[in-house]
Design a protein. Structure first.
Lengths: 346, 292
């Protein structure tokens, strides 16, 4: 059966899906964050934004200009970033604290765990430039472990938006809910998939495409490659593949994951290592629910390196071609579990 | 605010030392050495200088007391009980399963505890955050950060100190328990802090050193802070002795984190009792003008 694109996505991506050669608008999730936080600041007078010397890169320039009394730059000091965020939050504020994901929550994880987690403070840790998509800066700056770090902190909400529009919504909802939160952002400009009207709710997965033979479960910016893979599989192989975007990794939308398993062929894809991120979270659900279909996690299995987005995604198997190939392999693979027809007659 | 006298405070600090040691003994673990070195500072602060209200622990205008060296919590817990934040009997529940008196303090678990601490450096940074929040909101409360020399091995402390000085946080007072001891031995043998006073001055703090067991000096330093309009954060380096008041503990690194057994507790109590009686007698004789 033909895969069905979600009618609530933006017009350009729907036209692209249907085969039109419309140029896709591109933007980075960090840009969406920069816009969304301004909206949040208007509504929430108690909102503070602080950064560790990365005002421009984490798109806080406009916030700083509009609300200087609610902005702070602590310098290149990420432990201070998290600790001061918690201290300010404890005095009746909601605080957004930004840096690159390798340093925030990488470098300051103990502060994040203790001062924000154990204290249950309304602090939103923003880890920008996450994933291989960071590009030329190379391995030291490509956070491939940040989701895993925060998944181990049970009271953190983990948000990984797929495009600029969703990132703007994500930060506004995060500020509204006033809980310890990790928001993951990327450097790279990629096609916008959703629009203002696309429903968004923390904790709810979003079916970008409904398909019948396999499901790609994706999180964050790998959504575009997932859509390409699903489109390719239908156009070339007449294989109907759905794409489920998990914008909130914690708490996980278990209902949506279980729905995805109905195809009996599931892959996960993330710009993160295969251990501890989305793939592991989905594997846990599948194992606890006696899933009997085929399953594969796509993600990194080594540190990153310098390169551009396309070369890196291809080299590390996150691109549409590898996603499509993986699904084809799984579909031809026989499961080892006996079915009625393979069981020997007694 | 009740102004406690020198005599009262001298007696009180001996009494609180006994409570600290009983509490740690009952728990079977804890940090007596540093608790005994900081207790004089905490007692003077809570009786004579800190703006606070045990009947209203969340009073919005209270001064924020941040214990950054969380392992010194037996001293803080005992001080708070003495001030009336909760019953003294609770001190016997230190470190027990389900107790509000956790091994390292947690924000919100106990009235009077402002922050979660244990991992060194974190409280200091958190305190600077609170001081910044006060400035931005135009609030008058002061933030006192109780830290130790050993804690200054952590880079985060220096990050926070730089930030405090940069933002001229004159509403921040850092008090350092300088007892020269850390877990593995003496600070100057392990990782020398050099001239700590000069470091703080260079970092941009108004800095003084005092004898951390001299009630007069502690009072004077805090009175200075109460009444002077500074343009920079304030640092008091309180020179202390680990395990002060118990001769077998004094300056002995093994007492950083070890609970006294029955015999050891008894010996400590006897020594502290004796000292209290001596102080009492001296005071009495001074009053009678027999002694000057």
């Amino acid at each position: 059966m033909k895969p069905q694109i979600n009618e609530h996505l933006n017009e350009t991506i729907k036209e692209w899906w249907k085969g039109k050669r419309t140029p896709l608008e591109k933007a980075a999730t960090r840009q969406g964050f920069g816009k969304g936080i301004l909206q949040a600041a208007k509504k929430h007078k108690e909102l503070f934004a602080i950064t560790a010397d990365l005002t421009g890169s984490t798109n806080l320039t406009a916030f700083k200009e509009a609300y200087p009394e609610r902005f702070l730059n602590v310098g290149v000091a990420e432990q201070t970033l998290a600790g001061v965020a918690a201290g300010i939050a404890s005095e009746g504020h909601t605080v957004v604290a930004t840096s690159f994901a390798t340093f925030n929550p990488g470098r300051n994880w103990d502060f994040v765990r203790t001062q924000i987690g154990i204290n249950n403070q309304p602090v939103i840790i923003v880890g920008s430039h996450a994933g291989l998509a960071t590009g030329p800066d190379g391995a030291t700056h490509q956070a491939l472990e940040d989701i895993a770090l925060i998944r181990s902190l049970h009271n953190f909400t983990i948000l990984n938006p797929l495009d600029e529009t969703e990132a703007a919504k994500a930060i506004q909802e995060a500020v509204q809910q006033k809980k310890p939160t990790y928001l993951r952002l990327a450097r790279e400009k990629l096609p916008t998939i959703t629009n203002e009207k696309t429903p968004y709710k923390i904790g709810k997965g979003n079916w970008l495409v409904k398909g019948t033979q396999a499901t790609i479960i994706t999180t964050g910016i790998t959504a575009y490659e997932a859509l390409k893979a699903a489109k390719q599989l239908w156009e070339k192989e007449k294989t109907s593949v759905g794409v489920l975007h998990i914008g909130t990794i914690q708490p996980l939308d278990e209902k949506a994951i279980k729905e995805a398993t109905k195809t009996n062929c599931v892959i996960t894809v993330e710009d993160h290592n295969i251990n501890g991120g989305l793939g592991s979270a989905v594997a846990e659900i599948l194992a606890e629910n006696a899933y009997r279909g085929t399953f594969k996690r796509l993600g990194t299995i080594s540190y990153g390196q310098s390169g551009n987005y396309d070369e890196l995604y291809k080299a590390y198997g996150l691109d549409a071609n590898n996603q499509a190939k993986t699904i084809q392999k799984l579909l031809t693979k026989k499961t080892k579990l006996p079915t009625k027809t393979t069981r020997k007659k007694e | 605010m009740h102004k406690a006298t020198h005599h009262f405070l001298t007696q009180k600090t001996q009494e609180l030392r006994k409570e600290i040691l009983k509490s740690i003994h009952e728990a079977g673990s804890g940090h007596p050495g540093g608790s005994l070195s900081i207790i004089d500072v905490l007692t003077v602060l809570y009786y004579n200088h800190l703006h606070h209200n045990p009947d209203n622990p969340q009073w919005s205008q209270r001064d924020r007391l941040i214990l950054s060296a969380g392992h010194l919590c037996p001293a803080l817990y005992t001080t708070l009980a003495d001030q009336g934040y909760y019953p003294k009997a609770d001190l016997m529940n230190l470190r027990k399963f389900g107790s509000k008196l956790q091994g390292h303090p947690e924000n919100g678990k106990l009235p009077g505890i402002e922050n979660t601490s244990g991992p060194l450096g974190q409280g200091y940074v958190y305190g600077v955050g609170k001081a910044i929040a006060a400035k931005r909101a135009g609030k008058d409360y002061r933030t006192f950060v109780i830290t130790t020399d050993g804690e200054h091995d952590e880079g985060a402390v220096w990050e926070a100190a730089q930030l405090a000085a940069h933002h001229k946080l004159n509403n921040l007072c850092v008090i350092i328990d300088r007892n020269n001891v850390q877990i593995d031995g003496y600070t100057e043998e392990e990782l020398s802090l050099g001239n700590l006073k000069n470091k703080y001055k260079t970092f941009g703090f108004k800095t003084i050193d005092i004898d951390g067991h001299n009630i007069h000096m502690i009072n004077d330093a805090l009175t200075y802070y109460d009444h002077h309009k500074l343009t920079q954060p304030f640092c008091i380096i309180a020179h202390t002795t680990l395990g002060k008041g118990v001769s077998y503990m004094q300056n002995n690194p093994i007492w950083h984190g070890k609970a006294p057994n029955e015999k050891e507790l008894a010996a400590a109590i006897e020594e502290l009792d004796k000292r209290q009686r001596q102080h009492q007698l001296k005071h009495h004789l001074k009053k009678k003008k027999v002694l000057k």
